[in-house]
Design a protein around this ligand. Structure first.
Ligand code: GDP
Ligand code: IMO
Ligand code: MG
Length: 430
């Protein structure tokens, strides 16, 4: 039966989305990215061989699966070309299988300068962005002065748009940040050159996806970042600049909300965060060090060490609600194999006041302390496990706790980074 499934992160990113998208695409005909850009880093490990994807959808390693980049994604042409080159060198045919929406905003060189200069100017209050121009590119889209992917193939249109936009940004670069302005001729020539190299990927992605639907094909919609990094619903201002929640799967592709049959919420068995911002369950002790070590918690995009902490059920429940999650996939369960005791946060506390709702503003996050429930660890190997019947009872208790607290069933458990290390309780496509 045809099904369209959204796979997205329920925390602050790096939950293991890429691995699960790759796994599930054996049942999908197409995979589409719907938001974010190359700030994402999605790791796929197949028989020990590692591939990290940033813009190319995580279905690319499954032959016969079409890959799309929807209008909601900000596209950096140079980064994309580099990623395509690396994949093609490794023998993966990308250019004939990748289609990019002509409506997708393009990340231009001035976006990167603005992103980085703003972070420098913020000093100790920096967001810790990936420095890849994501925020400024989305700003230009909303300000209606952005260059879109389709503009790269129309020299006259591009010239007109770029001259306006570049003079606007050059003013800020030169007079606010005291940096050298960019040369119009260089930026223009470079953009045309990228357009030339990527022209064959240009498409009306919305039309293509609806054609697939009419043919009874199944589509997987691949989220990037995580729900708590959502521009509206996340820990603002320490967020990314796109909507990372399920609604973006529709707005970022042109599929209707009623075309989506299932939302899979990827949830690490603990929590990590890269960059600044609130993180009530963050650990600074030996447990935190062990999570980072066992989980190899370094950013797939920037290589930065990820901050680590216990699973936050208060935040998870909010993410489940915001996304209308159908089923949860708990990842990295094996990382907890060596813990005698495992904690989960079931409420927040400020002073003596306990509550279990998600704070409304960034300011309200200050001074929040987690209230923990302690669970017994299993101290045995779940790594590589594929059979739910073999799961240690203590691990099953953690899964039960997640289900009971959030009211959402756990449909999958990931027990290692490799494609085949999973317990599939219910396949979203079946
Ligand atoms: P994404 O951004 O959500 O796709 O996640 P990343 O690829 O940035 O980070 C997840 C990391 O955890 C990667 O290094 C994966 O290879 C690894 N990983 C994914 N699932 C598991 C798992 O179940 N167990 C372990 N140990 N590692 C996993
Ligand atoms: P995946 O898809 C984790 C974080 C950055 C920073 C904030 C804003 O791999 O899960 P940006 O460059 O987007 O303006 O940075 O968002 N961030 C991520 N953290 N995983 C990601 O993607 C992220 N993409 C952005 O670290 O805190
Ligand atoms: Mg990642």
């Amino acid at each position: 039966m045809k099904k369209n499934v959204v796979v997205l992160g329920t925390q602050w990113g790096d939950e293991g989305k890429g691995k699960i998208v790759d796994l599930l695409t054996d049942k999908a005909d197409a995979v589409v990215r719907f938001q974010g850009g190359h700030n994402a880093g999605h790791t796929l490990i197949i028989n020990g061989h590692k591939t990290v994807l940033h813009l190319v959808p995580s279905g690319i390693l499954r032959e016969g699966v079409d890959c799309y980049i929807g209008n909601g994604v900000v596209v950096a042409p140079n980064a994309l070309l580099e990623e395509i080159k690396q994949l093609e060198t490794a023998g993966v045919d990308v250019k004939s299988r990748l289609k990019i929406s002509r409506a997708a905003p393009v990340i231009m060189p001035y976006h990167i300068i603005l992103d980085q200069q703003r972070e420098i100017a913020k000093g100790g209050k920096a967001i810790g962005t990936t420095g890849r121009g994501i925020g400024p590119a989305y700003e230009d889209k909303v300000a209606r002065r952005g260059i879109r992917f389709g503009d790269l193939f129309e020299p006259e249109r591009l010239k007109e748009k770029l001259s306006e936009t570049l003079s606007y940004h050059n003013f800020v670069i030169e007079h606010y940040f005291n940096q050298s302005p960019l040369d119009f001729d260089e930026v223009y020539a470079q953009a045309l050159n990228y357009g030339e190299q990527l022209k064959m990927t240009s498409a009306d992605v919305t039309a293509d996806l609806h054609n697939l639907q009419e043919q009874g094909k199944s589509i997987l919609l691949e989220g990037a970042q995580g729900s708590l990094l959502d521009i509206d619903h996340g820990t603002y201002p320490f967020v990314t600049s796109s909507n990372t929640t399920a609604g973006a799967a529709s707005t970022g592709t042109g599929l209707g909300v009623t075309d989506i049959n299932y939302v899979l919420g990827i949830t690490k068995a603990y929590t990590t965060r890269v960059g600044s911002g609130p993180f009530p369950t963050e650990l600074f002790d030996d447990d935190g060090t062990m999570l980072a070590k066992n989980g190899v918690e370094f950013g797939a995009t920037t290589g930065r060490p990820r901050r680590c902490g216990w699973l936050d059920l208060v935040a998870l429940k909010r993410a489940i609600q915001m996304n209308g999650v159908t089923g949860i996939c708990v990842t990295k369960l094996d990382v907890l194999d060596t813990f005698e005791q495992i904690k989960v946060c079931t409420a927040y506390k400020v002073g003596d006041k306990e509550f279990n709702h998600f704070p409304a503003s960034a300011e309200a996050w200050e001074n929040i302390q987690p209230v923990y429930e302690c669970l017994e660890g299993w101290m045995s190997q779940t790594k590589g496990m594929t059979d739910i019947a073999k799961l240690p009872p203590q691990a099953q208790k953690l899964i039960d706790k997640i289900e009971n607290y959030t009211g959402c069933p756990v449909h999958m458990i990931s027990t290692g980074p490799d494609r085949n290390e999973n317990i599939v309780i219910h396949n979203p496509f079946v």
